[in-house]
Design a protein around this ligand. Structure first.
Ligand SMILES: Cc1cc2nc3c(=O)[nH]c(=O)nc-3n(C[C@H](O)[C@H](O)[C@H](O)COP(=O)(O)OP(=O)(O)OC[C@H]3O[C@@H](n4cnc5c(N)ncnc54)[C@H](O)[C@@H]3O)c2cc1C
Length: 513
């Protein structure tokens, strides 16, 4: 019998452990006899700033049968039901981006196009966020659960939520649940390549040892040890349209008894924006800004002025915004920060890792000897499109009315990508529809209209007259949508009065195993 192929994952951050977990589980389920190793270095730290996920993380937990209450307990995670966008459209204006999709719970009437409830809300001049369950929960910092008379918890809806967490604890959690993986603590210092194919044949470790393998995953974070340092993979920069390039992270403690936000705060500032992401004991915070417009000292002063208190900064992170042109070259696949990075405005990074690894495991994971150039081209095209969609969505958040600082004037005048302009122009002739995102990820989660509508609505980018015209063409659909939106809004407002407070929910979960 031939030797089992050896898959080697380099890195010890969230990306590496998500990849390792999915590889081992998928290989086992599909009967692929594979050896899996993770090379991680205790000498090089992971990123770790307080991370927000998307609903894809819950899809991931459920898909792999992981108990999410255990997840809450072991990782100090909190709920994320959406994003609170503060001072983006203009100073003093706040909107929420709830991540649940009400279309999911209503059987549509015959002939109803996708997103008809969204279109109706816009036509009626109602806020799109109001017909979401997560809308009132976000405003009241509630959990999407109520307590029954017997003390047990009952979910208030079938919607996927997301989480905030400390990525180091998530890595540890997944590591503990990944079976049969060999772990090597070493720094990869170089590689040996096959003279004929150019493929990586072995890793050269810092102690001089070699580790041979058949397939390699580069999850080395911003270092991009294999894919760029060794294989020189070209990088596609998004710096022109996404202006922030530096982050100033810090923590804020959560006091005992204090209610905990169930949203990621994305708070626009003079040269970028500030994030606040709660775990169970503290907020991971930071100012992501453009150093063309602020020095690190000025950025710190601005944060202290805005918060009215001093902060202890936890580093100075510089980053390049963009993606690899090809994340999979030869027998090396890059994932996580090694493959792409965008400012964390829509939490696309860990989301991207999960979707990319589930895509890879579902369609291309087999004996590396049988993987083809067509596989690589197909995967790279899909992943490239996915990350370009992230770029365009994040770029859309910068279509604002603000012009109060040089940064915002520059953003408005020069930073909109042509695809952002083209999409917005299209959505002035036709309301956004799910079909505009053409399903290239085989049903895996993607940022489609469910996330676009609240943001486009919050920024005032949807055309009410157009929505009215489209609704007017289908009077029965319109009548059904009116009734539905009214009843959902009422029902969800009431549900929010019964929901547990976020901190109370977390305490319950900590105390009940
Ligand atoms: C400012 C900021 C805010 C962010 N906010 C969010 C957010 O809200 N939501 C979100 O989804 N994502 C966010 N991210 C991204 C998120 O942190 C990462 O996607 C996630 O932590 C995965 O990182 P990683 O595993 O790719 O890299 P890292 O965490 O950097 O891990 C890299 C690993 O590779 C190892 N390594 C490196 N070089 C070598 C080598 N030569 N040999 C052996 N091992 C090596 C290191 O030891 C480390 O274990 C944010 C990132 C930044 C910078």
């Amino acid at each position: 019998m031939p030797d089992a192929p050896h898959f080697v994952i380099v890195g010890g951050g969230t990306a590496a452990w998500i990849a390792a977990f999915i590889f081992q589980d998928s290989a086992r389920r599909s009967g692929l006899n594979a050896r899996i190793s993770v090379v991680e270095s205790s000498k090089i730290p992971t990123v770790g700033v307080g991370e927000a996920s998307t609903a894809a993380f819950r899809v991931f937990l459920q898909h792999f049968g992981i108990n999410e209450f255990e997840f809450f307990r072991e990782t100090g995670a909190t709920f994320k039901l959406g994003i609170r966008h503060q001072d983006w459209r203009r100073k003093g204006y706040t909107y929420y981006g709830p991540i649940d999709d009400p279309h999911q719970v209503v059987a549509p009437p015959r002939g109803a196009p996708s997103d008809y409830l969204n279109v109706y809300s816009v036509s009626a001049g109602r806020k799109v966020q109001d017909m979401h369950l997560f809308g009132p929960l976000l405003e009241r910092k509630k959990a999407p659960y109520a307590k029954k008379a017997d003390g047990s918890l009952i979910p208030l809806g079938p919607f996927h939520y997301a989480f905030h967490f400390d990525q180091a604890l998530v890595g540890k959690f997944l590591k503990a649940r990944s079976a049969g993986i060999a772990i090597v603590d070493a720094i990869v210092a170089g590689v040996e390549r096959d003279a004929e194919t150019g493929h990586i044949a072995a890793l050269v470790l810092d102690d001089g040892q070699k580790l041979a393998g058949d397939f390699f995953v580069d999850a080395t974070g911003f270092r991009k040890q294999l894919i760029v340092r060794e294989l020189n993979a070209p990088w596609l920069s998004y710096a022109k349209e996404l202006p922030v390039n530096r982050a100033l992270p810090f923590w804020l403690d959560i006091k005992p008894g204090e209610e905990i936000a169930n949203y990621t705060l994305a708070w626009a500032q003079e040269a970028g924006w500030m994030w606040q992401i709660p775990t169970q004991t503290r907020y991971g915070c930071g100012y992501v800004y453009s150093d063309e417009f602020k020095t690190p000292e000025e950025a710190k002063q601005e944060v202290e002025r805005v918060l009215g208190r001093e902060i202890d900064t936890r580093g100075d992170i510089r980053f390049q915004i963009g993606r690899l042109e090809k994340a999979w070259i030869g027998n090396c696949l890059a994932v996580g920060l090694a493959s792409s990075f965008l400012e964390p405005l829509e939490s696309t990074s860990i989301h991207g890792t999960i979707v990319q690894m589930m895509l890879f495991a579902g369609r291309y994971l087999r004996n590396p000897a049988e993987m083809t150039e067509a596989d690589r081209d197909d995967y790279n095209a899909r992943v490239g499109r996915q990350v370009d969609d992230f770029r365009t969505f994040v770029n859309t958040h910068y279509v604002v009315e603000r012009d109060d600082t040089p940064f915002w004037r520059n953003v408005r005048a020069e930073r909109l990508h042509q695809e952002t302009r083209a999409r917005l122009a299209h959505w002035r002739t036709e309301m956004p529809r799910r079909e505009h995102f053409n399903g290239f990820l085989f049903g895996l989660p993607h940022i489609e209209t469910q996330l676009h509508y609240p943001v486009l609505d919050g920024l005032g980018l949807l055309d009410r007259e157009l929505a009215k015209r489209e609704m007017g063409e289908q009077p029965e659909v319109r009548a059904f949508a009116r009734k539905t939106v009214e009843s959902l809004t009422k029902e969800y407002k009431l549900a929010a009065t019964k929901a547990l407070g976020h901190a109370e929910f977390l305490e319950h979960v900590r105390n009940h195993s």
